[in-house]
Write a protein that binds this ligand. Structure first.
Ligand code: GAP
Length: 452
């Protein structure tokens, strides 16, 4: 019997488990990979989907004031001009004078123990000079510049300036440009929100820390439209809403830190931002954020598109106005990584070391494993198949394992976080009872099949 607290785990251990057991693989692996891209395997995609289905239920289905949508990755390029991304969606870069390789200047400084909060590009360059900070290869650092993160591609058969389009850098803009459609189709009252989950693309200079910083990733976020006068209260309400969500993911409150982002570090559209940071194995880093985007986006889209993007209150005689926006945003891949690292446990069972993933049951990609005690007894296998079939029909996420001995099967189930393993043995044939083993305590109980 055993139970264990969450342990320190290294990224190497997580990456290795993810690959070996089919959670997450390096993108295009057989070609040597493509930096900053990862593919989800069968267990990873199910874990991610369980998180996203819960997100959609909590933030869209369970609420009366939320409208879920799904918009395109490619949009009219003017969207990104109006949103300010073409001009200001930049990261600071610095060049290795010998290799000409470019690095994220802020990351280089952070790695050297410098707090870069609030520093301008020029100030960061000064610190590099003062401290004599070198590139990761040990060379001098030279030119610094800002680098735009939007990926460009082109539409149609001719590639020229007119054919340029951007791969979306945030899902938010798809929601702003559909504000009028939602208003016209549903006539919502303020406050109301539009929610979306989708893929985003950013040409990150230094992708790193596995799926934490990648070039193609998912965001789950919502734009909550409000009256300007209510923004402070709404902001606080959403701070609580986001904390509640992290609890639903099983992430302990103590591991989530709220960081008030200083003005100089806020995105160009934000008047207040709180970053929610999680204690990952490689440090405490952003998992999600909350921003007060004012009426920045709708006003700019109104200006650039020439289409009025206003809310008309239903009280007669009141004037239409551009609502303000509070935006809770969550990095999906970062949530997957947080849930995985938070679930890592190591302990001893029957004198042997074991590792298991204590995934919350509602998120676990596999709910049950079913096995016959041995695989060369047809009556046992047949009975086990019956139980497996019934559970599979009901829960879907059920696996079958009849390889090697029971102990090894338990270890395999533990590693991927299967909450319960059901074994069919000789006694089952006599009295219709099975052994149910609990992942976290390794305790086994005997129950009737119809009580499973
Ligand atoms: N609409 C607001 C917005 O996009 P953001 O902070 O730039 O805000 C949202 O991104 C979330 O996406 C972040 O809180 C973070 O969790 C996640 N994220 C940002 N860049 C990422 C990257 N390169 N790789 C993985 N996740 C990323």
């Amino acid at each position: 019997m055993s139970s264990a607290e969450n342990q320190d785990v290294s990224m190497e251990e997580i990456v290795s488990l993810c690959k070996r057991r089919g959670f997450i693989y390096q993108g295009s692996e057989i070609y040597g990979g493509l930096r900053g891209t990862y593919d989800y395997g069968p267990l990873g995609v199910q874990l991610k989907r369980n998180i996203l289905n819960l997100w959609w239920k909590v933030f869209v289905e369970d609420r009366e004031d939320m409208y879920g949508i799904d918009t395109t990755i490619l949009m009219n390029p003017n969207v990104w001009v109006a949103s300010g991304h073409v001009d200001t969606f930049n990261d600071p870069l610095i060049e290795d004078v010998e290799t000409k390789q470019r690095y994220r200047l802020d990351h280089i400084l952070e790695d050297a123990g410098v707090d870069v909060n609030g520093m301008s590009l020029e100030q960061m360059v000064e610190v590099v000079k003062e401290k004599g900070i070198k590139s990761p290869e040990g060379h001098d650092l030279g030119n610094a510049a800002k680098f735009n993160l939007l990926f460009k591609t082109s539409t149609g058969s001719v590639e020229d300036e007119k054919s340029v389009v951007y791969m979306r850098g945030e899902t938010a803009q798809g929601m702003f440009v559909n504000f009028k459609n939602i208003m016209d189709s549903f006539y919502p009252d303020l406050p109301f929100g539009i929610a979306q989950i989708g893929r985003n693309f950013r040409n990150e200079i230094s992708p790193r820390d596995f799926i934490f910083r990648v070039r193609e990733f998912e965001i789950a976020e919502l734009e909550y439209f409000i009256e300007e006068s209510s923004w402070e209260k709404m902001f606080e309400d959403w701070v609580s809403g986001m904390m509640h969500w992290f609890e639903l993911l099983g992430l302990p409150k103590e591991k989530i830190h709220q960081l008030e982002v200083p003005e100089e570090d806020r995105a160009h559209y934000s008047k207040r931002t709180v970053d929610f940071e999680f204690e990952y194995p490689f440090g405490t880093k952003e998992i999600g954020g909350l921003a007060y985007r004012t009426d920045f986006d709708l006003s700019n889209h109104e200006k650039h598109s020439g289409v009025k993007l206003r809310y008309q209150p239903k009280t007669p005689g009141t004037q239409p106005f551009i609502p303000h926006v509070i935006e809770p945003t969550f990095g999906v891949d970062r949530m997957v990584l947080a849930v995985l690292s938070n679930s890592w446990r190591e302990d001893e069972v029957g004198g042997e070391k074991r590792m298991y993933l204590a995934l919350p049951e509602h998120l676990a990609p596999v709910k049950y494993m079913v096995c016959p005690l041995v695989k060369n007894k047809p009556e046992l296998v047949e009975k086990a198949r019956e139980v497996f079939g019934a559970l599979k029909k009901k829960y879907g996420a059920v696996i079958w394992d009849d390889n090697s001995n029971v102990g090894k099967r338990y270890r395999r189930a533990d590693e991927i976080g299967v909450p319960k393993t059901i074994t069919i043995d000789y006694q089952t044939l006599e009295d219709n009872t099975v052994t149910v083993r609990d992942r976290d305590t390794a305790e086994q109980i005997r129950i009737k099949i119809n009580e499973i």
